[in-house]
Design a protein around this ligand. Structure first.
Ligand code: FES
Length: 140
């Protein structure tokens, strides 16, 4: 169930050595996206859950992204992204940057703070994320 105030999860539940998945819906077109939270040296960061090499490839495939030395690793072709800046330091998309999602931490809770999106739920994409009022998910 989506929370009206954008509450995603308690900050203590955000891992430092991997990522936690959640879903957001784009206000403009109703499209649902996966995003990841990660606890970095600079605080909690959130990124859309896709590699910048091939954007249909998720970094977190459902059980947490591979992370090494403060970097998120795409296991498909080895691209590495700084967890705190999203900057790709190595791999086929070196120099690119992960798509950011704004979040804030208040009273021990991580909240979505990005006007482009509304919070849907934690966890990977689910069948019931399809917005029946939108035609954007219909394939011809
Ligand atoms: S899809 Fe991520 S490095 Fe190629």
């Amino acid at each position: 169930m989506a929370s009206a105030d954008g509450t995603i999860m308690p900050v203590d539940d955000v891992p430092a050595d991997t990522t936690a998945l959640f879903r957001i819906r784009e206000r403009d077109n109703g499209e649902t996206h996966e995003a990841v939270l990660i606890d970095t040296d600079d605080g909690i960061e959130a990124w859309l859950n896709h590699c910048m090499h091939f954007t249909h490839i998720g970094l977190d495939k459902g059980s947490g992204a591979e992370c090494r030395n403060g970097e998120i690793v795409c296991t498909n072709h080895g691209a590495m992204f700084e967890a705190d800046t999203g900057h790709c330091t190595f791999g086929p998309c070196e120099g690119a940057r992960l798509a950011d999602v704004a979040v804030t931490v208040e009273n021990g809770t991580v909240r979505l703070a990005d006007d482009r999106y509304e919070f849907v739920a934690t966890g990977p994409k689910a069948d019931d994320d399809v917005d029946l009022t939108s035609t954007s998910n219909v394939e011809f």
